[in-house]
Design a protein around this ligand. Structure first.
Ligand SMILES: [Zn+2]
Ligand SMILES: [Zn+2]
Length: 357
């Protein structure tokens, strides 16, 4: 084991995260010990830390649920995993309850989410169930010029919109709107493009729009300069110009803000699908009956079933999804500064905390 095991623990809301040394236990029969390569900082972590969203495990708790690393020890039933590079799913289902058996792993009542149900990834090591781990081929990774730490974001920022795109049934010829193209929406836009959709990106941040314009979005609009009614007219105009449908738009709300959710809802048209990918504690005022009047639907998804992870990873390894332009790596020991910067909106990319640095 290269490094002395340390966890950065949340003691209380908004209190500085504290490094705590700990003894690594022996993994249970079906568990593995992962030496962490990187752990992404998610909006959800900030929600626990700043906004009083309750974690299921009581405090103190190590946050972080976007984890990649190497398996360095295993239980007796998980020997196959030793020395392999892996991505740990953000939501680890039990694999044998009624929901799991019916293919509804994301609503498994026995699920474990690192940094919520169990200690998370802002640490050097973590013990997790082997169930659902996603193996990474390190030869292909090296050939693609990507670091294992970069892949941590697949555990949520990539797979959550991946599941949303699969669930919405995006296919060639679809007009797709992605509202909010930061850490999650940037991937939603690329995934929807890979599935054949024509993607219109909306954000309030011009830098984020510029980044996604070079990575798959067909056109970008700034919600800072255009009210919702104008946005809808602009998208209608774009659809007309490009021979795309004036109905059945597929809208991904990834901003996780009240304004963003209101904007996304206002873009509904006949047969539209609204996918709620981002999260906010704020409430919105909307006319819910528009779903009925437009024969539209609104759907959400809690993470992504582990069986879809290899498909999402494949899109990264074959270059259809670019990860690197959307992440920035920081040493784990700078976690408090990184949280502050992320909370203040001062980061242009998704932060990945790296223990080894
Ligand atoms: Zn997350
Ligand atoms: Zn289950």
């Amino acid at each position: 084991m290269g490094t002395e095991p340390v966890r950065w623990m949340m003691m209380g809301r908004g209190e500085p995260l504290v490094p705590v040394k700990f003894e690594v236990e022996t993994p249970g029969r079906d568990e593995v010990l992962v030496e962490i390569a990187g752990c992404g900082v998610c909006h959800t972590d900030l929600g626990y830390y700043y906004d009083g969203v309750r974690t299921k495990h009581e405090l103190p708790l190590t946050l972080g649920h976007e984890i990649s690393g190497h398996v360095v020890d295993t239980g007796a039933s998980a020997l196959w995993w030793i020395d392999r590079a892996v991505i740990v799913p953000a939501v680890i289902p039990c694999g044998h309850c009624d929901a799991c058996r019916r293919g509804k792993a994301t609503i498994c009542p026995n699920q474990k989410m690192p940094g919520n149900d169990i200690h998370g990834g802002f640490a050097t090591h973590i013990i997790v169930p082997a169930q659902g781990l996603c193996e990474v081929d390190e030869h292909r990774l090296a050939a693609a010029g990507i670091e294992l730490a970069d892949l941590s974001v697949i555990a949520d920022a990539v797979t959550t919109p991946y599941q949303a795109v699969v669930q919405a049934g995006v296919k060639a010829g679809d007009l797709v709107v992605v509202n909010g193209v930061g850490g999650v929406g940037g991937y939603a836009a690329q995934i929807a493009t890979a599935f054949g959709g024509t993607v219109i990106a909306i954000d309030v941040n011009d830098d984020k729009l510029a980044t996604i314009a070079g990575q798959g979005a067909a056109v970008t609009f700034s919600a800072r300069h255009m009210p919702p009614r104008e946005l809808k007219a602009a998208i209608t105009g774009f659809a007309k110009e490009h021979g795309l449908r004036q109905s059945e738009w597929i809208i991904f709300e990834c901003s996780g803000t009240r304004e963003g959710q209101e904007t996304a809802f206002s873009l509904l048209n006949h047969g539209a699908t609204l996918c709620v990918v981002g999260f906010t504690m704020d409430k919105v005022e909307i006319r819910l009956s528009n779903l009925m009047a437009f024969h539209a639907r609104a759907i959400g998804n809690w993470g992504c079933p582990p069986e879809l992870y290899p498909q999402a990873l494949e899109l990264v390894l074959n270059g259809r999804i670019k990860v690197a332009p959307f992440v920035e790596k920081h040493p784990l020991r700078e976690i408090n500064q990184v949280f502050e910067a992320a909370h203040a909106g001062a980061l242009k990319r998704r932060a990945v905390l790296v223990p080894a640095n």
